[in-house]
Design a protein around this ligand. Structure first.
Ligand SMILES: [Zn+2]
Length: 338
Protein backbone atom coordinates (compact mmCIF):
# COMPACT_ATOMS: atom_id res chain seq x y z
CA UNK A 1 0.00 0.00 0.00
CA UNK A 2 1.46 3.39 -0.93
CA UNK A 3 2.23 5.28 2.21
CA UNK A 4 0.13 8.30 1.21
CA UNK A 5 -3.01 6.18 1.34
CA UNK A 6 -2.30 4.77 4.76
CA UNK A 7 -5.58 4.16 6.55
CA UNK A 8 -6.29 5.44 10.01
CA UNK A 9 -6.47 1.88 11.30
CA UNK A 10 -3.18 0.96 9.68
CA UNK A 11 -1.64 4.12 11.04
CA UNK A 12 -2.80 3.46 14.57
CA UNK A 13 -1.31 0.02 14.27
CA UNK A 14 1.90 1.55 12.99
CA UNK A 15 2.09 3.65 16.12
CA UNK A 16 3.16 0.53 17.95
CA UNK A 17 6.31 0.29 15.82
CA UNK A 18 9.55 1.10 17.50
CA UNK A 19 10.55 4.75 17.47
CA UNK A 20 14.24 5.63 17.13
CA UNK A 21 15.99 5.18 20.45
CA UNK A 22 16.66 8.91 20.88
CA UNK A 23 13.04 9.73 20.33
CA UNK A 24 11.89 7.07 22.72
CA UNK A 25 14.01 8.52 25.46
CA UNK A 26 12.67 11.99 24.81
CA UNK A 27 9.05 11.04 24.47
CA UNK A 28 9.05 9.03 27.66
CA UNK A 29 9.44 12.17 29.71
CA UNK A 30 5.92 13.47 29.25
CA UNK A 31 3.73 14.04 31.18
CA UNK A 32 6.24 15.73 33.41
CA UNK A 33 6.42 15.54 37.15
CA UNK A 34 5.70 18.27 39.64
CA UNK A 35 7.61 21.47 38.79
CA UNK A 36 10.45 22.43 41.12
CA UNK A 37 9.22 24.19 44.21
CA UNK A 38 5.64 22.98 43.91
CA UNK A 39 3.91 20.79 46.46
CA UNK A 40 3.16 17.18 45.69
CA UNK A 41 -0.51 18.18 45.77
CA UNK A 42 -2.13 16.58 42.68
CA UNK A 43 -3.76 19.91 41.78
CA UNK A 44 -0.31 21.38 41.23
CA UNK A 45 0.88 18.68 38.85
CA UNK A 46 1.35 20.20 35.44
CA UNK A 47 0.00 18.08 32.62
CA UNK A 48 0.04 18.76 28.92
CA UNK A 49 -2.70 20.87 27.31
CA UNK A 50 -2.49 18.70 24.24
CA UNK A 51 -3.42 15.51 26.11
CA UNK A 52 -7.04 16.45 25.83
CA UNK A 53 -9.66 16.33 28.53
CA UNK A 54 -13.15 14.92 28.58
CA UNK A 55 -14.83 18.30 28.64
CA UNK A 56 -18.34 16.91 28.50
CA UNK A 57 -17.81 14.68 31.51
CA UNK A 58 -15.98 17.40 33.39
CA UNK A 59 -18.72 19.95 32.88
CA UNK A 60 -21.80 17.81 33.27
CA UNK A 61 -23.12 18.55 36.72
CA UNK A 62 -25.67 16.46 38.60
CA UNK A 63 -29.30 16.80 37.56
CA UNK A 64 -30.78 18.44 34.47
CA UNK A 65 -28.60 21.17 32.98
CA UNK A 66 -29.99 24.69 32.91
CA UNK A 67 -30.52 26.38 29.53
CA UNK A 68 -27.62 28.68 30.31
CA UNK A 69 -25.32 25.77 31.15
CA UNK A 70 -26.38 23.98 27.96
CA UNK A 71 -25.68 27.09 25.91
CA UNK A 72 -22.29 27.44 27.52
CA UNK A 73 -21.47 23.82 26.75
CA UNK A 74 -22.40 24.43 23.11
CA UNK A 75 -20.01 27.39 22.95
CA UNK A 76 -17.21 25.36 24.48
CA UNK A 77 -17.94 22.40 22.18
CA UNK A 78 -17.83 24.66 19.12
CA UNK A 79 -14.40 25.90 20.17
CA UNK A 80 -13.08 22.35 20.47
CA UNK A 81 -14.56 20.64 17.43
CA UNK A 82 -11.62 19.10 15.55
CA UNK A 83 -11.41 19.52 11.82
CA UNK A 84 -8.42 18.35 9.85
CA UNK A 85 -6.71 20.11 6.99
CA UNK A 86 -7.26 18.67 3.53
CA UNK A 87 -5.43 19.36 0.28
CA UNK A 88 -8.68 20.83 -1.09
CA UNK A 89 -9.03 23.25 1.80
CA UNK A 90 -5.41 24.29 1.46
CA UNK A 91 -5.59 24.74 -2.32
CA UNK A 92 -6.54 28.42 -2.34
CA UNK A 93 -3.69 29.56 -0.09
CA UNK A 94 -0.67 31.19 -1.72
CA UNK A 95 1.62 29.64 0.91
CA UNK A 96 2.10 26.10 2.19
CA UNK A 97 0.02 25.17 5.23
CA UNK A 98 2.36 24.18 8.05
CA UNK A 99 1.25 22.77 11.38
CA UNK A 100 4.06 23.99 13.65
CA UNK A 101 2.49 22.62 16.83
CA UNK A 102 2.84 18.86 16.62
CA UNK A 103 3.99 17.15 19.82
CA UNK A 104 5.47 13.71 19.28
CA UNK A 105 5.06 12.50 22.84
CA UNK A 106 2.52 9.77 22.19
CA UNK A 107 5.33 7.75 20.66
CA UNK A 108 3.94 7.82 17.15
CA UNK A 109 6.86 6.93 14.87
CA UNK A 110 8.09 9.53 12.40
CA UNK A 111 6.84 7.55 9.41
CA UNK A 112 3.31 7.59 10.84
CA UNK A 113 3.39 11.34 11.37
CA UNK A 114 4.77 11.93 7.90
CA UNK A 115 2.13 9.72 6.29
CA UNK A 116 -0.65 11.63 8.02
CA UNK A 117 0.88 14.97 7.06
CA UNK A 118 0.96 13.87 3.43
CA UNK A 119 -2.62 12.63 3.62
CA UNK A 120 -3.75 15.97 5.03
CA UNK A 121 -1.73 18.02 2.57
CA UNK A 122 0.41 19.83 5.10
CA UNK A 123 3.95 20.14 6.30
CA UNK A 124 4.62 19.73 10.02
CA UNK A 125 6.90 21.16 12.62
CA UNK A 126 7.74 18.99 15.61
CA UNK A 127 7.45 21.06 18.79
CA UNK A 128 9.35 19.03 21.36
CA UNK A 129 8.59 20.15 24.91
CA UNK A 130 11.49 21.55 26.87
CA UNK A 131 12.03 23.56 30.01
CA UNK A 132 10.95 23.57 33.61
CA UNK A 133 8.12 21.06 33.33
CA UNK A 134 9.95 18.26 31.57
CA UNK A 135 10.95 17.15 28.10
CA UNK A 136 14.32 18.57 27.06
CA UNK A 137 16.30 20.10 29.90
CA UNK A 138 19.84 20.35 28.50
CA UNK A 139 21.88 20.89 25.35
CA UNK A 140 22.44 17.12 25.22
CA UNK A 141 18.68 16.52 25.14
CA UNK A 142 18.28 19.06 22.37
CA UNK A 143 21.13 17.52 20.41
CA UNK A 144 19.44 14.11 20.70
CA UNK A 145 16.12 15.58 19.52
CA UNK A 146 17.72 17.27 16.51
CA UNK A 147 19.58 14.07 15.64
CA UNK A 148 16.48 11.90 15.99
CA UNK A 149 14.58 13.97 13.44
CA UNK A 150 17.54 14.82 11.16
CA UNK A 151 16.92 14.12 7.51
CA UNK A 152 13.13 13.98 7.94
CA UNK A 153 10.99 16.45 5.98
CA UNK A 154 9.85 18.27 9.11
CA UNK A 155 10.77 21.47 10.90
CA UNK A 156 12.42 20.81 14.23
CA UNK A 157 11.16 23.14 16.93
CA UNK A 158 10.55 23.38 20.62
CA UNK A 159 7.78 24.40 22.96
CA UNK A 160 9.46 26.18 25.85
CA UNK A 161 7.63 25.71 29.14
CA UNK A 162 8.19 27.91 32.17
CA UNK A 163 9.91 31.26 31.85
CA UNK A 164 13.28 29.83 32.95
CA UNK A 165 13.95 27.52 30.00
CA UNK A 166 16.21 30.00 28.12
CA UNK A 167 18.75 29.57 30.93
CA UNK A 168 18.74 25.77 30.53
CA UNK A 169 20.23 25.71 27.03
CA UNK A 170 23.06 27.51 25.26
CA UNK A 171 22.09 30.23 22.81
CA UNK A 172 23.82 28.46 19.94
CA UNK A 173 21.88 25.30 20.62
CA UNK A 174 18.55 27.16 20.73
CA UNK A 175 19.49 28.86 17.46
CA UNK A 176 19.87 25.45 15.81
CA UNK A 177 16.15 24.85 16.22
CA UNK A 178 13.99 25.95 13.32
CA UNK A 179 11.69 27.80 15.72
CA UNK A 180 10.52 28.05 19.32
CA UNK A 181 6.94 28.41 20.54
CA UNK A 182 5.56 29.17 23.99
CA UNK A 183 2.12 29.84 25.39
CA UNK A 184 0.64 31.63 28.40
CA UNK A 185 -1.52 28.73 29.53
CA UNK A 186 0.30 27.85 32.73
CA UNK A 187 -0.66 30.98 34.58
CA UNK A 188 0.88 32.14 37.87
CA UNK A 189 -1.85 33.12 40.31
CA UNK A 190 -1.41 35.92 42.84
CA UNK A 191 -0.34 33.41 45.49
CA UNK A 192 2.24 31.84 43.20
CA UNK A 193 0.23 28.73 42.35
CA UNK A 194 0.45 27.71 38.72
CA UNK A 195 -2.99 27.31 37.14
CA UNK A 196 -3.53 25.11 34.08
CA UNK A 197 -5.94 27.33 32.22
CA UNK A 198 -6.96 24.64 29.73
CA UNK A 199 -8.52 22.32 32.27
CA UNK A 200 -12.29 22.63 32.75
CA UNK A 201 -11.59 22.98 36.45
CA UNK A 202 -9.82 26.33 35.97
CA UNK A 203 -12.02 28.78 37.83
CA UNK A 204 -11.99 32.53 37.30
CA UNK A 205 -13.98 34.29 40.04
CA UNK A 206 -13.19 37.80 38.78
CA UNK A 207 -12.86 37.82 34.97
CA UNK A 208 -11.86 41.48 34.65
CA UNK A 209 -9.13 41.13 37.24
CA UNK A 210 -7.97 37.90 35.59
CA UNK A 211 -7.81 39.52 32.16
CA UNK A 212 -5.63 42.38 33.38
CA UNK A 213 -3.13 39.95 34.89
CA UNK A 214 -3.42 37.49 32.01
CA UNK A 215 -2.70 40.11 29.35
CA UNK A 216 0.32 41.23 31.38
CA UNK A 217 1.49 37.61 31.56
CA UNK A 218 1.12 37.22 27.79
CA UNK A 219 3.43 40.21 27.37
CA UNK A 220 5.96 38.65 29.76
CA UNK A 221 5.89 35.37 27.83
CA UNK A 222 6.89 37.27 24.70
CA UNK A 223 9.30 39.70 26.35
CA UNK A 224 11.25 37.27 28.53
CA UNK A 225 11.64 34.38 26.11
CA UNK A 226 13.34 34.24 22.70
CA UNK A 227 10.31 32.81 20.94
CA UNK A 228 9.16 32.85 17.34
CA UNK A 229 5.51 32.06 18.00
CA UNK A 230 3.01 32.79 20.77
CA UNK A 231 1.08 29.52 20.77
CA UNK A 232 -2.65 29.31 21.53
CA UNK A 233 -2.74 33.10 21.36
CA UNK A 234 -5.74 34.74 23.07
CA UNK A 235 -6.64 31.46 24.79
CA UNK A 236 -9.29 31.75 27.50
CA UNK A 237 -10.42 29.16 30.06
CA UNK A 238 -13.72 27.46 29.29
CA UNK A 239 -15.47 29.50 31.98
CA UNK A 240 -14.78 32.70 30.00
CA UNK A 241 -15.27 31.46 26.45
CA UNK A 242 -18.82 32.78 26.10
CA UNK A 243 -17.48 36.28 26.84
CA UNK A 244 -14.41 36.08 24.58
CA UNK A 245 -15.38 39.13 22.49
CA UNK A 246 -16.27 41.19 25.52
CA UNK A 247 -13.16 40.30 27.52
CA UNK A 248 -10.72 40.75 24.65
CA UNK A 249 -11.32 44.49 24.49
CA UNK A 250 -9.63 46.58 21.78
CA UNK A 251 -7.16 47.85 24.36
CA UNK A 252 -6.21 44.34 25.51
CA UNK A 253 -5.87 43.04 21.97
CA UNK A 254 -3.69 46.02 21.11
CA UNK A 255 -1.32 45.33 24.00
CA UNK A 256 -0.70 41.78 22.82
CA UNK A 257 -0.53 42.80 19.16
CA UNK A 258 1.83 45.72 19.75
CA UNK A 259 4.23 43.56 21.79
CA UNK A 260 4.13 40.80 19.16
CA UNK A 261 4.83 43.36 16.43
CA UNK A 262 7.69 45.03 18.33
CA UNK A 263 9.41 41.74 19.18
CA UNK A 264 8.67 39.97 15.90
CA UNK A 265 6.62 37.22 17.52
CA UNK A 266 4.05 35.47 15.32
CA UNK A 267 0.60 34.69 16.71
CA UNK A 268 -0.56 31.11 16.36
CA UNK A 269 -4.01 30.57 14.90
CA UNK A 270 -4.97 27.50 16.89
CA UNK A 271 -6.90 24.80 15.11
CA UNK A 272 -7.45 23.02 18.41
CA UNK A 273 -9.01 25.94 20.26
CA UNK A 274 -10.42 27.92 17.31
CA UNK A 275 -8.69 31.12 18.37
CA UNK A 276 -7.94 34.01 17.89
CA UNK A 277 -11.23 35.42 16.64
CA UNK A 278 -11.55 36.93 13.19
CA UNK A 279 -11.59 40.40 14.74
CA UNK A 280 -8.37 39.73 16.63
CA UNK A 281 -6.65 38.33 13.53
CA UNK A 282 -7.67 41.26 11.34
CA UNK A 283 -6.43 43.75 13.91
CA UNK A 284 -3.09 41.95 14.20
CA UNK A 285 -2.79 41.70 10.42
CA UNK A 286 -3.29 45.46 10.05
CA UNK A 287 -0.48 45.98 12.58
CA UNK A 288 1.85 43.83 10.49
CA UNK A 289 2.00 40.85 12.84
CA UNK A 290 2.66 37.45 11.30
CA UNK A 291 0.73 34.24 11.94
CA UNK A 292 1.39 30.52 12.17
CA UNK A 293 -0.96 27.54 12.22
CA UNK A 294 -0.96 24.99 15.02
CA UNK A 295 -2.92 21.93 16.09
CA UNK A 296 -1.34 21.54 19.55
CA UNK A 297 -1.71 17.87 18.81
CA UNK A 298 -0.11 14.71 19.99
CA UNK A 299 0.88 12.55 17.09
CA UNK A 300 -2.12 11.30 15.19
CA UNK A 301 -4.17 14.47 15.65
CA UNK A 302 -1.72 16.56 13.69
CA UNK A 303 -3.29 18.70 11.00
CA UNK A 304 -6.26 19.80 13.12
CA UNK A 305 -5.83 23.21 11.55
CA UNK A 306 -8.89 23.59 9.33
CA UNK A 307 -9.95 26.56 11.50
CA UNK A 308 -6.55 28.19 10.92
CA UNK A 309 -6.83 27.74 7.17
CA UNK A 310 -10.41 29.02 7.07
CA UNK A 311 -9.46 32.10 9.08
CA UNK A 312 -6.48 32.74 6.79
CA UNK A 313 -8.85 32.75 3.83
CA UNK A 314 -11.53 34.83 5.54
CA UNK A 315 -9.00 37.39 6.75
CA UNK A 316 -7.15 37.52 3.44
CA UNK A 317 -3.82 36.31 4.84
CA UNK A 318 -1.18 35.82 2.17
CA UNK A 319 2.40 34.58 2.21
CA UNK A 320 3.73 37.87 3.56
CA UNK A 321 1.50 37.55 6.65
CA UNK A 322 2.74 34.06 7.46
CA UNK A 323 5.61 33.02 9.70
CA UNK A 324 8.49 31.07 8.23
CA UNK A 325 11.53 29.79 10.14
CA UNK A 326 14.24 32.44 10.23
CA UNK A 327 17.90 32.24 9.25
CA UNK A 328 20.43 31.98 12.06
CA UNK A 329 21.09 35.71 12.54
CA UNK A 330 17.38 36.43 12.65
CA UNK A 331 16.52 33.81 15.25
CA UNK A 332 15.03 35.55 18.30
CA UNK A 333 17.75 34.13 20.58
CA UNK A 334 20.42 35.79 18.40
CA UNK A 335 18.54 38.89 17.25
CA UNK A 336 17.17 39.83 20.64
CA UNK A 337 20.29 38.91 22.66
CA UNK A 338 18.18 37.37 25.41
ZN1 LIG B 1 1.62 22.44 22.90
Amino acid sequence: MPSHSISRRAFLGAAALAAPAGLKALTAQWPPSVPPGADADPASVITCPCQGVDREAAQAGPGAPSAQAAQHRDIVAAHYTPEFATPALEAELDFPAVDYHVHPEDGTPPEGLLALARERGIKIGIAQHGGTFGGMTSDDDMEAFLAAWAGQPVYRGMQGDGLEWPQMFSKEMIARLDYVIADAMIFPEKDGRLIELWTPAAKVPDPEDFMERYVAYNLRVMEEQPIDILASSSFLPDALLADYDKLWTAERMEKVIETARRLGVALEISGLYHIPSRKFILKAKRAGVKFSFGSNSRGKDLGNIAYSIRMAKECGLTARDIFTPQPHDQKPVIRRRL
